[in-house]
Design a protein around this ligand. Sequence first.
Ligand code: GFB
Length: 314
Amino acid sequence: MYDLSGKRIWVAGHRGMVGGAVVRRLASEHCEVITVGREVVDLTRQAEVEDWMTETKPDAIVMAAAKVGGILANDTHPVDFLAENLAIQTNIATAAHKADVERFLFLGSSCIYPKLAPQPMAEDSLLTGPLEPTNEWYAIAKIAGIKLCQAYRKQYRRDWISAMPTNLYGPGDNYDLQSSHVMPALLRKFHEAKESRSAEVTVWGSGTPLREFLHCDDLADALVFLLKTYSGYDHVNVGSGVEVSIRELAETIAEVVGYEAKLTFDATKPDGSPRKLMDCSRLHAIGWNNVRSLKDGIANAYAHWLERKEPVRP
Ligand code: GFB
């Protein structure tokens, strides 16, 4: 057990959806949450990260800082997704080692697994086959992050761990239609169709790919649980077990928004992975299994967006 009481915990990436959820979740622990904005520390600059970390000396880090985006952003900005993520995570890990940080929780993504990995995808599927081409750049950076944590465990006996979340959504998501993931994109498209009484909503790809979705607040709960209880070399999948086709997702979003529209499928946009369902037996065996229903989660995300609790980011 790692007791969080009195610990100083840096949530890197607190302005993002996941970092924001972790900050909210940590508010109910007896710890001090530390955050820092990019106007103070540019995480892509090694010296800035090191200076700040040496001065701040957190006890633990939840590493939610990353360049993230949906299928089109990943596919069209490979340098950004590979180079920025490699830089940010390496700078933070290197500085954390120098500052003697006790616990470091690195976050990856379900896209680290091979495109055609057996489903549901278990942790030992890692590096058993070729990656999905639309996001291999991001995936390679995330795989490097897992390996870096393992390397620090092996060489320096650091108690650092990694968690691999499935596709996420919730308050603080990116609603920009070019760079977002499918959930915020379709919520926005249905909402705007309702407002303009448009008869059609465009869905990218064929609508047949299967995706598993997890609300960011459920992820944050699992992450705090892992930070307190898990110490191991292997990464841990964090999923919901709730899997739907993109067409089914669009239909559920239509119900939540309260607007029926004809779905038009845009075949010029990529489908990406045919299926990405996580095997979460390891997480369940450690003792966490606490996921809300997809419809409740979508309703919560939509309510937050309607309140404009988050801006539409470019
Ligand atoms: O969420 P998404 O962008 O990412 O797309 P991935 C999931 C599926 O939804 C794809 C379809 O088959 C898209 O073609 N889709 C339908 C849409 N309509 C839309 C739309 O309006 N916008 C978007 N964005 N998609 C990402 C990876 O893959 O998932 C990242 O690129 C990361 O590396 C992330 O792993 C979790 O699930 O395909």
